[in-house]
Write a new protein. Structure first.
Length: 660
């Protein structure tokens, strides 16, 4: 796994994904069901408010028409002075007795622009208070709240300021003609031929309504007399009262409250002209409308209104939206709770299921990590009879195959470099070669033949193995590849099959490490069975052909070329120049800023037309323990220190002698 990436287990992903799916699904279902339910309820509310205003307006209009007709009859009996035969009872009193809701009927005429009561069905026993319009409006404005805002107050919770005071403090001076100033102010449109309905509860001290309509007409647009009919508002209050969430009320064309289920608001003659729905009913172009609006209390309402009685009255039915939708909100909260419970149960079940799924996967992952580290002894138990179980069985078979392959690779690596072995196993190396630039290294043990004669074959093998192990470690440590062993000689390459930077530098570093390793090796030697060992090394850098050489049945990965031959010749010159590490001129040009070298005499190598300059390596410039002179090096190696001019380049080691 890459560094910086957060590990997230499959179990957690499974729980998260399923929880999200369930949460989104259930939440969506809850929201949609709540939305549809809410829409249905709102549609029902609109329908109900519209049906209510239609039914109430028809009922009130019919009742008003019947009451007006009764008042006309009473007015006629008042002018005729009729009595019932045999009883002497006045017809007016009998009609009033039959219509108990009628409080009084008075006939008013206009004399010198002063309204005068010419007759009254009931004698006014107490002076009728005259309340100035300004005072009435002041009482209503200071004590009443809009009908919508007082929905809860209609249940009996009324602030003291909402109820107008009774008594002489709220009454004005007596009227000489028995009419209140409020009634007198409404007479003008009545004399013009219009029927007026007004709330006179503040003047009478009880919920009552005055109906002013023309009685005797001088012309189509002028009445000679007007009937002032006072009736009880209780029947209309009862008709408007609702036990449900709806609030119904009746207002006149000026927005003044005529009837409401909250009696205190009626007594105060509250003005609702500022309410949105009342304002809309007063200015509306239609006679019937339903709407949604915000009340003066800031809550949303759904309502309908209908204008009737020649536009003089409007009946309104409203319901507070959040109160009406309380059932929806309760259902929504219940569904949310159920959703949370389902999610919790689902997460527990998913956790239990995910453990049965992820535990085998985790064992497989741990096994894969161990295999990645080279441990092929792992075996995953198959605990399920599903795809995971089959995967475990297959994984174990794969592990066995990898173990066998690793054994072959290790065995192969003992004969071939590991990098070469990996390329061979991957099929990247085919029969044939490729041109590469590499550093070629040869080393040889001095006087190996003489040493071998003093040892048994078994001792020779043991000695060579110990020596080769130390030398090969130096090659491997500097990214080199041991190409082959030639008796006591070692051939190694740097840059084949892969380059690791400055291959010549790595090759020289490997040779210097061999110098130190050999010094350590010789510390425990010095006897006939363990003589002191001296070696010579030669390095050359150049172009070679590297690849599998041989036949398809028997191949060897090696490199050939003139650069290889020159490296072998340079190694043999260590005997002549009394040195241990020699490098070619081209190799020295690649590392001259890194290593301290000494030029030797030029030599003419067999197969070369031009003389070759050879350099002896003393050490690295950045190594404080490096040899500074060739004499120091020879002294450390136990070699003869001779001047370069005394060295004969043509001298050769006599390896054999012909005897006659």
């Amino acid at each position: 796994m890459k560094k910086g990436f957060l590990f997230i287990s499959i179990g957690f992903k499974l729980i998260l994904i399923v929880s999200i799916l369930l949460g989104v699904s259930l939440s969506g279902l809850t929201l949609l069901s709540s939305w549809f339910f809410s829409a249905d309820i709102e549609r029902t509310l609109r329908t109900n408010t519209m049906e209510r205003v239609e039914l109430l307006s028809d009922k009130i209009e019919t009742d008003l028409a019947t009451t007006i007709n009764s008042a006309r009859l009473i007015a006629a009996t008042m002018e005729g002075g009729l009595v019932y035969a045999g009883t002497g009872t006045a017809a007016t009193e009998e009609l009033l007795a039959q219509n108990k809701r009628i409080l009084n009927v008075r006939i008013v005429t206009m004399e010198n622009n002063v309204p005068t009561v010419t007759s009254s069905a009931r004698e006014v026993k107490a002076p009728i208070a005259v309340v100035e319009p300004s005072e009435t409006e002041s009482v209503a404005e200071s004590g009443a709240e809009p009908a919508v805002a007082n929905e809860t107050k209609s249940q009996g919770e009324v602030e003291p300021s909402d109820v107008p005071e009774s008594g002489t403090e709220s009454m004005a001076a007596e009227s000489p003609n028995g009419l209140s100033a409020y009634i007198a102010s409404r007479l003008t449109p009545a004399f013009a031929g219009n029927t007026i309905v007004a709330n006179v509860s503040p003047e009478t001290g009880s919920a009552s309504i005055a109906i002013l309509f023309p009685y005797q007409m001088r012309s189509d647009s002028e009445a000679a007399s007007v009937v002032v009919l006072e009736i009880s508002a209780d029947p209309y209050i009862d008709a408007l009262s609702a036990r449900e969430l709806y609030t119904n009320y009746l207002v006149d064309d000026a927005g003044n409250l005529i009837a409401h289920n909250n009696r205190e608001l009626v007594l105060a003659r509250t003005s609702l002209a500022s309410d949105a729905i009342v304002r809309d009913s007063m200015a509306g172009e239609t006679a019937l409308k339903q709407m949604q609006f915000t009340g003066t209390d800031g809550h949303a309402y759904i309502g309908s209104w209908k204008r009737f009685f020649d536009g003089g009255l409007s009946v309104i039915s409203v319901v507070r939206r959040d109160t009406a939708l309380e059932g929806v909100y309760i259902l929504q909260r219940r569904n949310i709770l159920i959703t949370i419970m389902i999610l919790c149960v689902s997460m527990l079940l998913l956790y239990s299921f995910s453990k049965s799924l992820t535990n085998p996967v985790k064992r497989l992952m741990d096994g894969a990590l161990k295999i990645g580290k080279g441990d092929f002894s792992i075996e995953i138990p198959s605990t399920t009879h599903d795809e995971i179980g089959r995967l475990s069985t297959t994984f174990n078979a794969m592990t066995k195959g990898l173990a066998e392959r690793d054994k072959i690779k290790n065995a192969f690596g003992k004969f071939v470099n590991k990098e070469v072995a990996e390329r061979v196993l991957k099929g990247e190396i085919q029969l044939g070669g490729e041109s590469r630039t590499a550093a070629i290294f040869f080393s040889d043990i001095r006087s190996f033949t003489a040493i071998s004669e003093k040892l048994t074959p078994h001792e020779v093998v043991e000695f060579l193995n110990e020596y080769m192990t130390r030398m090969v470690d130096c090659v491997n440590a500097t990214h080199g590849v041991v190409d082959k062993y030639i008796g006591d000689s070692i051939m190694a390459t740097w840059g084949i099959p892969y380059s690791h930077g400055n291959d010549t530098e790595n090759a020289v570093n490997g040779a210097l490490m061999m110098r130190k390793a050999l010094a350590e090796f010789n510390k425990s030697r010095g006897s006939d069975k363990k003589p002191i060992i001296k070696i010579g090394s030669g390095i050359n850098t150049g172009e070679v052909v590297a690849g599998q050489i041989g036949s398809p049945e028997r191949m060897e990965y090696t490199c050939i070329g003139d650069a290889v031959n020159l490296a072998s010749r340079i190694e043999s010159l260590n005997k002549l120049f009394k040195t241990d590490i020699l490098i070619s001129e081209y190799s020295q040009s690649l590392v001259k800023s890194i290593f301290r070298t000494v030029p030797m005499k030029q030599i003419l190598v067999k197969g070369k037309e031009h003389p070759q300059q050879i350099y002896a390596v003393l050490g690295r410039f950045d190594d404080p323990s490096s040899f500074k002179t060739l004499s120091e090096l020879r002294a450390s190696l136990g070699l003869e220190d001779i001047a370069l001019e005394n060295i004969d380049p043509n001298a050769q080691e006599q390896k054999y002698e012909v005897i006659n």
